[in-house]
Design a protein around this ligand. Structure first.
Ligand SMILES: [Zn+2]
Length: 427
């Protein structure tokens, strides 16, 4: 009779414990002698179950090594296989993940799934136990504000990619390419120059999950920017400690001191103090300028510490309208305008309709050619309807401001730089 009676010590524990009843396929593996189960809901194709479970063991054991202390005696992955599957949510002893039914069949899908596993699994330390003061125990009656989602989410994403790399699921160069891609997304977004990542975190309740057409101009993601700040801090710690420490040691210190010792979260200042204690050096100016301010991170210097070169090039040689236009039943409507781009400077607004393009009614082909495939300096004549007002606009296409970024081993890396590189890569 007592078989299916469950108890929670508190409402907080109950809210953190998802329960699902159904005919899920259950897979099992052990990681560091701890039983792990996977409840697989919905249709999916798994080409090689034994390999999959071996890879799950590999990535969870690599994640276990970061903090080096295992707070769990069991763990459950609830995986929902849905056509639009993706994302996940972390808990103390479990996570729910979304995956497409065919995700395990392609190399990209398979590796992305393992990265998602690393992200949600690393949360069992970072955020569920190592956490800012605002993130638990939660005040369930009010919003819980914190400046540090760039640590809780951004650094979890940073560590997920580190863990996948350390576990051998990508080469070092593939890891650099992946970082360079996230870096490009951050640096090509105008909001990155305006919104400090600490404010992006603080505004999560009202902004992050309610994007509008101006979000890219005024905001930056605490996931992507947080991953970049995590990379910078890791490189700076490796350099300052001469290869004795890396960012793992910050998580270890926070786990011991605040989760196990003081049994509470940490403040912004205490996080900075923890980094200083590990690195043997304070980075107050860095936090002020790049976390609580919106200055551009000095990637080249930090990557140079470990003998990596950092270069960039224009994304295209075409001019850039700096706006998106959608054909809605034959009406060409501006759906977004990028800060300081051609459209922005020329007076185009979101929801304007393009009535004429260079003296003729617009067509898909004309819009594509004239607005998106012309050389910088090309003059454009537009007639646009803004509400009830019709404007004639003369625009000159500006060069595309977007850049692509490359991170590669420098040809002249010294043995000292290579030693620091090995530490950074967790070798
Ligand atoms: Zn997360």
């Amino acid at each position: 009779m007592q078989k299916f009676v469950y108890q929670s010590a508190s409402y907080d524990e109950l809210a953190d414990s998802p329960i699902e009843i159904g005919n899920q396929k259950v897979l099992s593996f052990t990681a560091n002698n701890t039983p792990h189960q996977m409840a697989m809901y919905g249709p999916f194709t798994l080409p090689n179950e034994a390999q999959f479970l071996a890879d799950m063991k590999k990535i969870t054991e690599e994640a276990q090594r970061v903090v080096g202390q295992n707070p769990i005696d069991h763990y459950l992955f609830i995986v929902h296989h849905l056509e639009a599957g993706g994302g996940g949510l972390e808990h103390l002893y479990s996570t729910t993940l979304g995956a497409r039914p065919g995700t395990y069949g392609s190399e990209v899908g398979y590796k992305n799934f393992l990265r998602l596993v690393a992200h949600e699994y690393f949360h069992l330390w970072n955020v569920k136990r190592i956490r800012p003061v605002a993130l638990g125990p939660f005040d369930y009656d009010h919003e819980n504000y914190t400046h540090m989602l760039w640590v809780s989410e951004g650094q979890t994403e940073y560590m997920a990619n580190q863990i996948a790399q350390r576990a051998g699921f990508c080469t070092a160069q593939q890891y650099y390419d992946q970082l360079a891609q996230v870096l490009g997304g951050v640096e090509n977004q105008p909001g990155n120059k305006l919104q400090p990542v600490a404010m992006s975190s603080f505004d999560a309740w009202i902004r992050a999950y309610r994007p509008d057409e101006n979000s890219r101009n005024s905001e930056i993601s605490y996931y992507d920017k947080g991953e970049m700040v995590g990379m910078m801090l890791d490189l700076m710690i490796v350099k300052a400690s001469n290869g004795q420490k890396h960012i793992d040691d910050v998580f270890r210190l926070l786990y011991d001191k605040y989760y196990k010792g003081l049994k509470r979260g940490f403040t912004d200042q205490e996080y900075q103090d923890a980094v200083a204690e590990v690195a043997g050096k304070r980075f107050d100016d860095f936090f002020q300028n790049y976390v609580y301010g919106a200055r551009t991170l000095d990637y080249a210097t930090a990557l140079g510490y470990v003998g990596l070169s950092f270069t960039s090039a224009p994304a295209t040689t075409n001019g850039s309208l700096g706006a998106a236009i959608a054909n809605r039943n034959g009406h060409y409507i501006v759906t977004s305008v990028k800060r300081d781009g051609t459209a922005w400077n020329g007076g185009l607004n979101v929801n304007d309709e393009i009535l004429q393009l260079n003296g003729a009614a617009p067509t898909d082909e004309a819009v594509k050619q004239a607005l998106f495939a012309s050389a910088p300096g090309t003059a454009l004549k537009l007639q646009a309807k803004h509400g009830a007002i019709t404007h004639d606009l003369s625009l000159t296409l500006q060069p595309d401001p977007d850049r692509t970024y490359q991170i590669q081993p420098a040809a002249n890396a010294t043995p000292d730089q290579q030693r620091l590189l090995a530490k950074w890569l967790g070798k």
